[in-house]
Write a protein that binds this ligand. Structure first.
Ligand SMILES: Nc1ncnc2c1ncn2[C@@H]1O[C@H](COP(=O)(O)OP(=O)(O)OP(=O)(O)O)[C@@H](O)[C@H]1O
Length: 251
């Protein structure tokens, strides 16, 4: 049973349709990376997957009782607001201190519990956001460009941590990233989005996608060397890129 099944999804903002005919399944413990140019609908897709945006067509089926952890691109906290990491982690839900400590450990920052949020570095801050998402023991983690503002080694370390989290907790991960070169090795599957799914594949296979090159140019050849998919269609929305879709009674 897929954790999340996106079925022929279209999303419109007023008269403007930004996603069309998107199909994708998220399976337990897999890491799926979504890439695409600015404005291609990546955030919209993620927000639709968590139920924050309603489809204008199609549907999204979440497994019954699915726990989702969401790590936003950035979260602004007023620098003058005194709030410790522990308080921040316990703000919205009833979470025991031990769970906070465990989540911080999983996020790779075990010693931050008593620190002020305003004193964290960019990388530490993002890991605290990751810890917050982990306190709910998610079945699936959704990350929206969670490494924005981090330097390359900071991003690489963050993605390594994500992979470690997947390996220890078994949660699936769906993440948006522009940093293909760092996320590729950790991804089981890459989906290239441009209003619709242009191409998708696994890094384990070796190929290049003309659609991807058309969007990003050939400067990313290093990343492309890791990337492959079976691609023999033109840009048609009719093409079914997804595996078998499993519906759940609790739709
Ligand atoms: N609330 C909204 N109302 C109207 N249009 C919106 C809204 N949110 C997003 N859009 C538009 O939908 C399109 C897709 O936006 P989205 O944020 O999903 O893209 P994205 O791929 O995540 O972009 P980026 O890489 O720049 O973050 C854009 O043209 C954007 O202007």
């Amino acid at each position: 049973m897929s954790l999340i099944s996106v079925q022929d999804l279209s999303v419109a903002y007023g008269a403007s349709t930004v996603l069309r005919g998107v199909r994708l399944n998220v399976e337990p413990a897999e890491i799926v990376t979504i890439v695409g140019p600015n404005g291609s609908g990546k955030t919209t897709l993620l927000r639709a997957m968590i139920g924050a945006i309603a489809p204008s067509k199609g549907s999204i089926v979440r497994r019954h009782g699915l726990r989702i952890g969401y790590v936003p691109q950035k979260l602004h906290i007023d620098k003058t607001l005194p709030i410790t990491v522990e308080r921040f982690l316990r703000l919205t839900d009833k979470i025991a201190k031990a769970e906070c400590i465990q989540a911080l450990k999983q996020a790779g920052v075990p010693n931050l519990l008593n620190r002020q949020m305003s004193q964290l570095s960019g990388g530490q801050f993002q890991r605290v956001l990751l810890a917050r998402a982990l306190t709910g023991r998610p079945d699936v983690l959704l990350l929206d460009e969670a490494t924005q503002g981090l330097d390359q080694s900071g991003s690489a370390a963050f993605y390594k941590q994500i992979e470690a989290v997947r390996n220890t907790t078994g949660c699936a991960v769906v993440m948006i990233s522009h940093e293909l070169h760092v996320v590729m090795s950790a991804s089981d599957r890459v989906i290239c989005l441009n209003g619709h799914i242009c191409c998708e594949g696994t890094p384990a296979m070796v190929a290049s996608a003309p659609e991807y090159r058309a969007l990003f140019g050939s400067g990313t050849a290093g990343a492309l060397a890791l990337y492959q998919h079976n691609h023999d269609h033109s840009h048609d929305d009719e093409h079914d890129h997804s595996g078998p879709i499993e519906r759940e009674a609790a739709e």
